[in-house]
Design a binder for this molecule. Structure first.
Ligand code: SF4
Length: 109
């Protein structure tokens, strides 16, 4: 197996499953839809995504990520986004989206 740092094949960064019955699950994706992060690795961490809050049937506060395109918009771009935010992950506070992250979100493509 070739280490990812020495290959020019970037197919590991994403794929599109347009046979999925939920595809496209997030509206507004402009580049190749990346299904690799269908279950977002940032769900338990602070992130810049435009999530809302909801309470599940067990009374737990959770993120509703319906409006977020960041892990899906472009195979390489979404890969880079996830790698960047996992470099120094911070456990999600359980609070609504905060202004500094909202500003970051506006700079995202
Ligand atoms: S808001 Fe976006 S980046 Fe944040 S956890 Fe949800 S899908 Fe991931």
């Amino acid at each position: 197996m070739q280490p990812k740092d020495t290959t020019h094949d970037e197919s590991f960064k994403g794929f599109t499953n347009d046979a999925c019955p939920f595809y496209p699950c997030h509206r507004g994706v402009k580049r190749a839809f990346n299904c690799l992060f269908c279950y977002c690795p940032l769900i338990a961490y602070e992130c810049p995504g435009p999530y809302r809050l909801y309470t599940d049937k067990n009374g737990l506060t959770r993120k509703d990520c319906s409006d977020c395109r960041l892990p899906h918009d472009g195979h390489s771009a979404s890969w880079a986004f996830i790698q960047k935010w996992l470099e120094r992950p911070q456990i999600w506070s359980g609070h609504p989206q905060r202004e500094p992250y909202a500003k970051t979100r506006r700079r995202e493509p």
